[in-house]
Design a protein around this ligand. Structure first.
Ligand code: PXP
Length: 239
């Protein structure tokens, strides 16, 4: 059965919007776990626009499931990851002007940076996932660079509206998931998945875990974190 990793970045976004001490992503993570989360995800961005170092260090002490750190492969974040020892690092691209992570990591163009980061993280016994587009060449590169897993960028599938574009985008995800599994890579998927789009994944058994943030936090604002996670978890059961 596929797992659900809950990204609590946007609880921190709400806090940072007012420069307040609340809501606390650490408290949100506890509630997400009570709702059935199989993991907690945070993205420590270079500009610290939402998650702060303090959040990451506290989550390391409080998360009972597993802690997944999303980060760009920079000397600063590699140092922090080595110090915090999350259960998984997902390497993502990062541009200051973007609203959220907009495209997958280009592991081909950034071979040296990605390869050095994987080596450094493996040296600290931290498994590494690469957040990449559903593209055969990127998947094969991930294998070649010794990544443990990939996270397939589902943003395009979730965003496009026209039915033919949607089915083509889903076919790309399906092909990518099967190719990655055939190469013995773990397969996560995430970005833009909501309570409707998750339903399309039924029958795609190659995906090990879904990484979902915005839609869950948005629903949590209305119904509460535990309930929002429980409802998403129920939609994933049986995929
Ligand atoms: N996976 C990765 C690599 C991401 O960068 C994000 C966004 O932070 C997510 C998953 C979650 O995306 P969303 O917030 O749209 O569910």
């Amino acid at each position: 059965m596929a797992g659900l990793a809950v990204n609590v970045d946007h609880i921190a976004t709400l806090r940072q919007a007012r420069g307040a001490d609340y809501p606390d992503p650490v408290a949100a993570a506890v509630l997400a776990e009570l709702g059935g989360a199989d993991g907690i995800v945070v993205h420590l961005r270079g500009d610290r626009r939402h998650v702060q170092d303090r959040d990451l260090y506290l989550l390391k002490q409080t998360v009972l499931s597993k802690l997944i750190l999303e980060m760009a492969a920079t000397p600063e974040t590699l140092q922090i990851a080595a110090d915090v020892q999350p259960d998984l690092v997902t390497l993502v691209p990062e541009r200051r002007e973007e609203i959220t992570t907009e495209g997958g990591l280009d592991a081909i163009a950034l071979t040296d940076t990605v390869s050095n980061a994987i080596e450094a993280l493996h040296g600290r016994d931290i498994p590494v996932s690469l957040f990449i587009d559903p593209d055969r060449r990127q998947i094969e590169k991930a294998r070649e660079l010794n990544a443990d897993m990939i996270e397939i960028h589902t943003g395009r599938f979730c965003d496009v509206k026209k039915p033919n574009e949607k089915s083509a985008a889903f076919a790309d995800i399906e092909t990518a998931a099967k190719r990655a599994k055939a190469l013995d890579l773990g397969v996560n998927a995430g970005h833009g998945i909501c309570y409707n789009t998750i339903k399309s994944f039924h029958g795609l058994s190659e995906i090990d875990e879904y990484s979902i943030g915005h839609s869950i936090v948005a629903r949590a604002a209305l119904v509460g974190m535990e309930k929002a996670v429980r409802e998403m978890r129920a939609l994933i059961v049986g995929i």
